[in-house]
Design a protein around this ligand. Structure first.
Ligand SMILES: Cc1cc2nc3c(=O)[nH]c(=O)nc-3n(C[C@H](O)[C@H](O)[C@H](O)COP(=O)(O)OP(=O)(O)OC[C@H]3O[C@@H](n4cnc5c(N)ncnc54)[C@H](O)[C@@H]3O)c2cc1C
Length: 383
């Protein structure tokens, strides 16, 4: 079958690679001038690794399994609130991988030959009829397809066209900063690895993960937000002041990260779940379908689960079967992805609490047995 995938982010390239491996004639259309993914690192949860495995794309990712043995939540000074046994959860459910986004994207797109990729091709309309879909770029028909996979990201323009009544994105009013740097000599970060620090005074958080043996990836979420977001230098300065009295590793890492390696995002998510991930011969995946806040680190892993599911449902399909197969994809993926989208929003509210509710939250977190927390983590990682 002829399949067009719109958008070459992590979700689009993995779907294109999977569908091509399943024997379809795939065209991947990307509006950017080249295929690339910029910006720091990414945590891939065991469910995401398993999904990539089913697409034949996990070899490189498995090599980047995270060495940390414990993780979980701490207060801003690094005192434990709910420390989980990450090694145990990884043994039970599978490895968490942490790797550079650029490297991950390169590995996922490696199986795609140049002739199936069209860069500098923004898709502005999809026109379905009885036999297929006409794909339009800059007002011109550029392809006909039996099925179209829409993977055009959080700000998806095609989502709005497919669901004109949907309210689209909701700005959460918070700012995320991410940075990556070589482990500074003499700074002992072991205790904080694979952990999240939360501060009930300001409702801010700081997470730290190892990328291989020598590189660190940190991310923060705070109410520093303003629209539009400040540029990286200004954002780093504000963050340094906000976190000056945190565990000494935190301000040291923020200061040691070059401004060019700091990325700033205003946090947004879908205002409401989509009513369907499939419309006739067209399916949505990744952030286009279920943009969630980054709090559970599940955005890309859910995109990989989508890519694996759509590949499986379209395996061996004839053009006449497409709509029915995509309905089955929707029935499989929408409940789980939307559940995680809601859980991420809840987690965002929980970590951003301040005052008495946050004090109560910290007391409750301290009372949760470690075994229970580890089991909950393992349940989320189970696809
Ligand atoms: C701060 C932060 C931290 C995160 N951390 C993690 C993490 O640790 N783990 C995790 O799993 N997830 C994480 N995520 C989420 C994750 O990055 C996303 O869920 C994932 O990258 C989405 O991939 P995607 O392919 O759906 O969309 P995108 O990566 O946004 O790709 C969309 C692509 O479509 C292209 N495009 C857009 N419109 C068109 C068009 N009209 N025509 C053609 N091409 C088009 C774009 O140029 C882009 O290449 C994080 C997100 C944020 C903001």
């Amino acid at each position: 079958m002829k399949i067009v995938v719109v958008g070459a982010g992590l979700g689009g390239v993995s779907a294109a690679a999977g569908l091509r491996r399943a024997g379809h004639e795939v065209t991947l259309c990307e509006r950017g001038a080249e295929l690339r993914e910029a910006g720091t690192a990414i945590v891939i949860m065991p469910n995401g690794v398993r999904a990539l495995d089913s697409l034949g794309l996990a070899d490189h990712v498995r090599d980047q399994a995270m060495p940390a043995v414990s993780g979980g939540l701490r207060d801003w000074r690094g005192r434990p609130l709910l420390v989980t046994d990450v090694a145990d959860a990884q043994r039970t459910v599978g490895a968490v991988s942490v790797m550079s986004r650029t490297e991950l994207h390169r590995a996922l797109r490696a199986p795609l030959p140049a002739e199936c990729v069209r860069t500098a091709t923004p898709i502005d309309a999809l026109e379905p009829d009885a036999d297929g879909v006409t794909v339009t770029s800059d007002g011109r028909a550029i392809a006909r397809a039996d099925a179209v996979i829409v993977a055009d990201g959080i700000a998806s323009g095609l989502r709005g066209r497919l669901f004109p009544g949907h309210p689209g994105l909701r700005q959460v009013g918070r700012l995320d900063l991410r940075g990556m740097l070589p482990n500074p000599p003499g700074l002992d970060v072991t205790e904080l690895l694979a952990g999240i620090l939360i501060d009930r005074r300001s409702g801010s958080m700081f997470g730290l993960f190892p990328v291989g043996d020598d590189v660190l990836y940190w991310f923060t979420d705070s109410a520093l937000g303003s629209a539009p977001p400040p540029e990286a230098g200004e954002a780093r300065q504000r963050l340094s002041s906000l976190m000056a009295d945190w565990h000494p590793v935190v301000p040291a890492l923020i200061e040691a990260t070059p401004v060019a390696d700091i990325y700033v995002d205003a946090v947004a998510c879908l205002a409401e779940p989509l009513p369907s991930f499939a419309v006739g011969r067209i399916a949505l995946l990744g952030d286009a379908a279920h943009a969630m806040t980054p709090d559970l680190g599940q955005g890309a892993s859910q995109a990989f689960e989508d890519a694996a599911a759509v590949t499986r449902h379209l395996a061996g399909a004839e053009p006449a079967d497409v709509a029915e197969r995509l309905l089955a994809y929707d029935a499989e993926r929408r409940p789980r992805a939307n559940r995680l989208m809601r859980a991420s929003a809840r987690q965002s509210r929980l970590t951003s609490q301040t005052g008495a509710p946050a004090w109560l939250r910290d007391a409750l977190l301290r009372a949760i047995p470690q075994r229970l927390a580890t089991r909950r983590l393992a349940a989320m990682w189970h696809a």
